[in-house]
Design a protein around this ligand. Structure first.
Ligand code: FNR
Length: 353
């Protein structure tokens, strides 16, 4: 019998406590799900190169992301509909991230108020889906900056989720406590903007500079999968790139993030921080990404499952497990600090044969 990983076990426990429509939304993918599945498999295809007879008595995973210290380069990816997991949503996620000493992304589609999230003490970045009415976005971004968001994550893979089952679309969820509200616009603003808070599909590189001007914050572009696009983002002022397939939820046939990372690092890695997410299912896989040159990884679904199953403690446990696995990997590689992890420590499985 195949052994079950702690993440698979956690997903099962989360699924057991969630209504079907919520757990289906969290699991959902674009197309036939192959981008998600192969995304996970591609991270597992990297192999580390252990090194022995080195002082392995102490390991540090501490680093900085855009100048913010974190206990480990494992951040929480922005995810919508967290009130579907727990009524307090991101407030608990922030509490878990604070316990783990790391930073979280907060989705535009959060049902929690910025001030309540910020009060938990974890540093946070605000994820922006630019609205059709730019005033709605400007108001949200100004409020996020006032609540001490330290950066903006501009999600640029702006197509509606590649999901075809209407029942799991959050807009069709039954009314009740799990139904997300955009908690950071007033009722009057929501009435005024109406459907113009829907995602704009006409973004250009100029959007990056506009957001930086409005907020005074650095902007990272999330959902970049080619060197060409990374270059366009950086030339337009992006201070970071997040390589991401949106957890396989955007284009079912797209390249995976593990495939895309090396070409993006080669293009812009010496100029800006390059982060990565999608399918990173443990500290060992995070170590491979960081050895390749990523500054940090972001974790999506496992954190959501931790939140659903065990609240803030569940979030902290998930992040703590990634960190512990990073420590184990560093120890086996004979490396004292994650800052010293590099390309010589990892190979693609094909090259290892
Ligand atoms: C997401 N993701 C996402 N991304 C974003 O920029 N804004 C959002 O509102 C959301 N919402 C969202 C909801 C749910 C339920 C999931 C699972 C994902 C994508 C997320 O930030 C991240 O890119 C992926 O989750 C990373 O992949 P893994 O770790 O889930 O495999």
């Amino acid at each position: 019998m195949r052994s079950v990983t702690w993440i698979e076990d956690l997903a099962r426990r989360a699924d057991a406590v969630l209504p079907d429509y919520v757990s289906a939304y969290y699991h959902s993918n674009a197309g036939d799900g192959s981008c998600d599945r192969e995304g996970i498999a591609d991270w597992n295809a990297f192999r580390m190169r252990p090194s022995v007879l080195r002082d392995a008595s102490a390991q540090s995973t501490a680093t900085e992301v855009l100048g913010t210290p974190v206990a480990a380069p494992v951040l929480v990816a922005p995810m919508a509909q967290q009130v579907g997991a727990r009524p307090e949503g991101e407030v608990l996620t922030a509490r878990g991230a604070a316990k783990a000493g790391t930073l979280l992304g907060v989705s535009t589609n959060t049902g929690a108020r910025f001030a309540d999230i910020a009060a938990e003490g974890a540093p946070w970045w605000y994820q922006v889906y630019v609205a059709r009415n730019r005033d709605a976005t400007r108001i949200l971004v100004e409020r996020a900056a006032a609540a001490e968001a330290k950066a903006l994550i501009l999600t640029v893979d702006t197509t509606p989720l590649g999901r075809e089952v209407p029942a799991i679309d959050p807009r069709n969820w039954p009314a009740g406590p799990r139904k997300n509200r955009t908690a950071n616009l007033t009722e009057a603003e929501l009435d005024r903007f109406g459907s113009d808070t829907d995602m704009a599909l006409d973004l250009t590189p100029d959007t990056i500079g506009w957001l930086a001007d409005v907020s005074g914050l650095p902007v990272l572009c999330k959902g970049v999968l080619t060197a060409r696009d990374a270059r366009r983002c950086v030339d337009a002022g992006a201070e970071g790139i997040i390589v991401s397939t949106h957890g396989g939820r955007r284009l079912g046939t797209s390249v995976t993030s593990a495939f895309a990372l090396p070409e993006i690092l080669a293009e812009v890695g010496s100029e800006v921080e390059v982060h990565v997410d999608s399918g990173i299912r443990g500290g060992a896989q995070a170590a491979a990404a960081i050895a390749l040159g990523a500054k940090a990884v972001h974790v999506g679904r496992p954190v959501m499952w931790g939140l659903a199953a065990d609240g803030a403690d569940g979030v902290a446990t998930v992040l703590g497990n990634y960190q512990a696995e990073l420590v184990t990997t560093l120890r086996q590689l004979g490396i004292g600090s994650i800052r010293d992890l590099g390309p010589a420590d990892v190979v693609a499985r094909g090259a290892a044969r």
